[in-house]
Design a protein around this ligand. Structure first.
Ligand code: SAM
Length: 309
């Protein structure tokens, strides 16, 4: 959805990437600070770790006074109307904060190698704490969560490009009672849910594997008021509910398996078209009311702070 690729085949990011990384870094910082003196194992899991860096395309004509984070993050300058810049991605950002173990899962071998090299160079003292895991997150995360105990605390970030994360993986995470999770939910899913209920079987299958149910076909469509009895079985008479209600439905799906799902989310938009690309969602498996209250206040204030980013 509006993403371009650079010469190496990676996707270019934009201002939405800066907002995403800002939220993750602020939460990493707060999480590590709160747990600083507690005698528990602190674990960070990055399920779609990338290469360590992200290339951004930036419109130099925009008023940069409003964008201090970009100004600080950019590694080079250009007089052209657009330029590409490189910033640290989520895996490298996490190494700035104190965790006992880091798990970086990545499907692409070249990106894992780049990530290893970047860590050797920038965080050599942390290298021995990192588990580099090559493979599909939908398999590898199941193995990681099976090792996490109630005496640990785990912060996890799932940042797929698109529709790569299966519901079954979320289910496995939700059963591990010490996880705080940020999930960058791909709103490209909504394009598969056409406005009239004429959806191909393959698209139905994809949507169900992401939402973990087939009930969405009933929940996301309403019958037109002007129908006659002979039309009852015709998909044409069903119209899709409005966009906001679909977003609420997605959050309500998470709430079927996570004890806490933040009502506050950050919608990340393609800045050229202003179209929604992702919904950055927070959820946690901790059932303590106090922990949920603390996280809720923090998440709200971090999301609000992206207005200045
Ligand atoms: C959006 S990028 C991650 C960016 C990274 N979080 C950052 O901030 O730099 C998504 C990454 O997921 C990887 N990927 C795609 N499908 C995957 C899968 N099934 N399991 C693990 N990694 C996958 C891609 O190779 C890509 O590097």
């Amino acid at each position: 959805m509006g993403k371009q690729t650079n010469k190496s085949g990676s996707h270019f990011g934009g201002e939405w990437t800066i907002q995403k990384l800002h939220i993750i870094e602020e939460y990493l910082k707060a999480y590590a600070t709160v747990l600083k003196n507690q005698k528990i194992k602190k674990i960070y899991v990055d399920g779609f770790a990338g290469s360590g860096t992200t290339e951004l395309k930036h419109d130099n004509r925009k008023n940069r006074d409003n964008n201090t984070y970009i100004q600080q993050s950019m590694l080079d300058e250009s007089n052209n109307s657009t330029s590409s810049k490189t910033v640290q991605g989520s895996a490298l950002l996490s190494l700035k904060y104190d965790f006992d173990e880091y798990y970086f899962v990545e499907l692409d071998q070249n990106r894992i190698s780049d990530l290893k090299n970047a860590i050797k160079l920038q965080f050599p003292q942390k290298y021995s704490k990192v588990h580099f895991i090559a493979g599909d997150s939908n398999v590898k995360i199941l193995e990681i969560v099976s090792k996490i105990t109630v005496y640990d605390r785990c912060l996890m970030f799932l940042d797929p490009y698109a529709l790569e994360l299966n519901w079954k993986t979320l289910e496995a995470i939700s059963k591990c009672c010490v996880v705080d999770l940020w999930y960058l939910f791909p709103l490209s899913l909504i394009r598969l849910i056409e406005k009239q209920r004429k959806i191909s079987e393959s698209n139905k299958h994809i949507v169900s594997s992401i939402l973990g149910t087939e009930e969405w076909l009933d929940e996301l469509f309403v019958k037109s008021e002007q129908i006659n009895i002979f039309d009852e079985d015709n998909d044409d008479i069903y119209g899709r509910i409005d966009y906001e209600s679909i977003l609420d439905y997605i959050k309500s799906r998470f709430a079927t398996i996570f004890p806490y799902v933040s009502p506050e989310t950050k919608i990340l938009r393609n800045e050229e078209k202003n179209s929604p690309m992702f919904m950055l969602c927070f959820m946690m498996t901790n059932t303590s009311q106090r922990a949920q209250q603390l996280a809720s206040t923090l998440v709200k204030s971090i999301i609000k702070s992206t207005e200045k980013v």
